[in-house]
Write a protein that binds this ligand. Structure first.
Ligand SMILES: Cc1ncc(COP(=O)(O)O)c(C=O)c1O
Length: 388
C-alpha cells in the first residue's frame, strides 16, 4: 500500500487542490476482479443482461438471507427504491423526514408529489429526534421516513410508537446502514420496509444500485411490479411503474463484493479506530463513535468540531483539499436550505436549529480498503497544524 506524507506547509494555506485520488471520501471498495470478470462473461454469454436475470435473483436471495429479511427487491439505485416504496405505500400530503440527510431522501418525496416536513435531529446522534417529529405531525401526515444516518440506527421504538399513534407507515432510508444492526437485528427488518443504496460510494456497492427490503409479501409484490413499469406478463400493466430494474453487471459486482464484505468492514473498522486514536489528543476534534454492542459497517468517519478547535469547519475542509484530501461537508447545509426547498418552503429553518448548527461543524473523512497507509496520520498532522 502506498504511503503518503504531507506535501508542504504552504499547501495548507492556499493553492488549488489536486486531489490525491486515493484519499477520497467514497472511494469504492472492489472485491475479486477475476470473479467479477467471470460473472460478467457468463452474463454476456447468456445474453441475459437485465430484466430479472439470474445474477439479480442470486443477489436478492443472498442479501435477503444475510439480513434475515424475507423479500429483497433489487433496484437500479436507492433513490428509485425510495420513490417506488412511497408510491406503493400510497404516501401523499405530508411526510415527516429529517433535513439532515442526503438530498435524495427529500427529492424522492417531492418527486412523488409529497411535501417533506423537515424534522430536527438529536445533536448527539445526528439522527431524527422523535420528539421533534411528534411536534411536526399533523392530520396531513401520511408517513414517516427516518434515515439511519452514518449507519447508526435511529430510535426505532419511539418512531414506531409515533407512527402507530398517527396510523401511518414508518419506513427507513437505510442507504448508509447495510450490514448494521439495531438491538442485534439487521437493519432491513424494521418498519414497513427499508431502502438500501449500493452506490459506488457506499462501502458495499453494485456500481449503481440499491434494494428495498421488507417482510411484507404484498408490498414486495407491488414493488416488483413498480420497478418494471407495472408490467404483469408481457402486455399488461397493473400500475404506474417506472424503470427501476437492476442489471446483471451491477448484480455481478454485488455478488463479488458480498463475498468481500467481512474484509471491507474489517478494514473500515481498523481505520475508524486509527482516526479515533490519532485525533484523541487534539482538543475540539471529536470522531463520532459507533455502538460496539451492535454490528456496524464503519463507513462514515464523522468528525464534529467543537468550540475548543480554533479554526472553523470550512477552513479545515479547505486545508484538507489543499493537501489533496477530499473530505466532505456532509450533509451541509441541510435539505431545507437547498433548492428547491428553500424557495418553496421558506421558513423551515425555524424548526431546525440543531440541523443548522450540526451541519456547520461536521466533516466526513476518507476511509475504505484503498486508503493508503499513513493517510490518517497525515490528516491528524493537518488538524494539529491548524490547531496551533
Ligand atoms: C441517505 C441517503 N439516501 C439516499 C441515497 C440515494 O441513493 P442512490 O445514490 O443509490 O440513489 C443516498 C446516497 O446516495 C444517501 O446517502
Amino acid at each position: 500500500m502506498k504511503r503518503v506524507k504531507r506535501r508542504s506547509d504552504l499547501a495548507l494555506f492556499g493553492g488549488s487542490p489536486a486531489f490525491d485520488p486515493a484519499i477520497h471520501v467514497g472511494r469504492p471498495n472492489i472485491g475479486d476482479r477475476q470473479a467479477f470478470d467471470r460473472l460478467v462473461r457468463e452474463a454476456l454469454d447468456r445474453r441475459w443482461l437485465t430484466n430479472d436475470g439470474p445474477l439479480v435473483r442470486e443477489l436478492e436471495r443472498r442479501i435477503g438471507e444475510q439480513l434475515g429479511v424475507e423479500h429483497c427487491v433489487a433496484v437500479c439505485n436507492g433513490t428509485i427504491g425510495l420513490e417506488i416504496l412511497f408510491h406503493a405505500l400510497g404516501l401523499a400530503g405530508e411526510v415527516l423526514v429529517p433535513s439532515y440527510t442526503f438530498i435524495a431522501t427529500a427529492h424522492a418525496l417531492l418527486r412523488c408529489g409529497i411535501k417533506p416536513i423537515f424534522v430536527d435531529i438529536d445533536p448527539a446522534t445526528h439522527n431524527i429526534d422523535p420528539k421533534a417529529a411528534r411536534a411536526r405531525a399533523s392530520s396531513r401526515t401520511s408517513g414517516i421516513v427516518a434515515v439511519h444516518l452514518w449507519g447508526r440506527p435511529v430510535p426505532v421504538r419511539e418512531l414506531q410508537d409515533l407512527a402507530g399513534e398517527l396510523g401511518v407507515p414508518l419506513v427507513f432510508d437505510a442507504a448508509h446502514a447495510f450490514g448494521c444492526t439495531f438491538e442485534g437485528r439487521s437493519i432491513g427488518n424494521f418498519g414497513a420496509a427499508e431502502v438500501l443504496s449500493f452506490h459506488a460510494t457506499k462501502f458495499f456497492n453494485t456500481l449503481e444500485g440499491g434494494a428495498v427490503v421488507t417482510n411484507d409479501a404484498a408490498l414486495a409484490r407491488e414493488l416488483r411490479l413498480l420497478r418494471n413499469f407495472g408490467f404483469s406478463g408481457y402486455d399488461n400493466t397493473m400500475s404506474l411503474g417506472t424503470n427501476g430494474k437492476m442489471n446483471e453487471v451491477c448484480a455481478a459486482m454485488g455478488l463479488v463484493n458480498l463475498d468481500a464484505l467481512p474484509a471491507f468492514i474489517g478494514r473500515n473498522r481498523q481505520i475508524h479506530q486509527q482516526y479515533v486514536e490519532a485525533f484523541a489528543q487534539i482538543p475540539g476534534v471529536n470522531v463520532l463513535r459507533y455502538d460496539e454492542n451492535e454490528r456496524n459497517n464503519y463507513q462514515y468517519v464523522v468528525v464534529e468540531l467543537d468550540e475548543r478547535f480554533p479554526v472553523g469547519r470550512d477552513r479545515v475542509v479547505e486545508a484538507l483539499h489543499a493537501e489533496g484530501i477530499l473530505a466532505r461537508k456532509y450533509f451541509w447545509p441541510g435539505c431545507h436550505r437547498m433548492m428547491p426547498y428553500r424557495e418553496i418552503y421558506p421558513g423551515e429553518g425555524a424548526h431546525l436549529p440543531v440541523t443548522e448548527a450540526v451541519s456547520e461543524r461536521v466533516l466526513v473523512l476518507p476511509t475504505g480498503t484503498s486508503l493508503p497507509d499513513g493517510a490518517v496520520g497525515l490528516q491528524a498532522d493537518i488538524f494539529r497544524v491548524l490547531s496551533e
